[in-house]
Design a binder for this molecule. Structure first.
Ligand SMILES: [Mg+2]
Length: 224
């Protein structure tokens, strides 16, 4: 029987790609207005290329961007950074709060296993007002390993006081969330809505197209 549900954060609880887009658009506009002479669309595409290379959490993205244009101008850089920060907000998927509350009220223990660094993970949870919802939050800083390594999952399971088979992992990345959960004998639910390029067959035990569909599989979870 499932007793605990563990969530990934980015693109599972938080619409991370939308959040990035909403920050990057004004940042690009500000840098172009300040003198970066390239079409905004091209600048935005180049930023995404750089994120692909360095990872979506890369801190020096605008520095790297300007360098790639051969531009060394701290005013332009500052315009980008400030516009990005001012637009910063965190969008949760609709009904995240409602779904987590319903799960809690049904007696499930709730956890988070994320590859994000601790402060970034907590900042996103606080923005979404979800920070008090979880019995355990395991971040990159806790085990220094990323999914699908077993350590972060094991830490969460141990702190929740359940067996792996009593856990359902919900996440948008098959190779990290689904494979990592299955390797430990946990059940897994694929958050199809969070994947930019979802495969036809995820290999997960369950699939959801919206976060609140998790509530539809609650009865199945209870009896499994
Ligand atoms: Mg994710």
């Amino acid at each position: 029987m499932i007793k605990a549900v563990i969530f990934d954060i980015d693109n599972t609880l938080v619409n991370f790609l939308e959040m990035k887009k909403q920050c990057l658009q004004p940042a690009v506009r500000a840098m172009c207005t300040a003198g970066l002479s390239a079409p905004p669309k091209e600048v935005l595409d180049r930023i995404y290329e750089l994120y692909k290379k360095h990872g979506m959490e890369y801190r020096l993205i605008f520095q790297e961007l300007l360098k790639s244009y051969g531009v060394h101008d701290d005013r332009i850089l500052a315009q980008g950074i400030v516009a990005y920060r001012m637009a910063r907000s965190v969008e949760s998927y609709p009904q995240a709060h409602e779904v987590l509350s319903a799960l809690r009220n049904s007696g499930y223990k709730l956890g988070v296993v994320t590859d994000a660094p601790s402060l970034k993970a907590w900042t996103r949870l606080v923005y979404m007002k979800l920070d008090a919802m979880f019995d355990v939050v395991v971040t990159l800083d806790d085990t220094k390993t990323t999914k699908p390594h077993s350590l972060p999952f094991q830490k969460a399971i141990a702190e929740l006081g359940v067996r792996p088979a009593e856990c359902l992992m919900v996440g948008d990345m098959i190779e990290k969330d689904i494979a990592g959960a299955h390797a430990l004998g946990m059940q897994a639910c694929f958050a199809r809505y969070g994947s930019t390029n979802p495969p036809r067959h995820s290999g997960a035990d369950y699939e959801i197209n919206k976060l609140n569909e998790l509530l539809d599989i609650l009865p199945i979870l209870r009896s499994s």
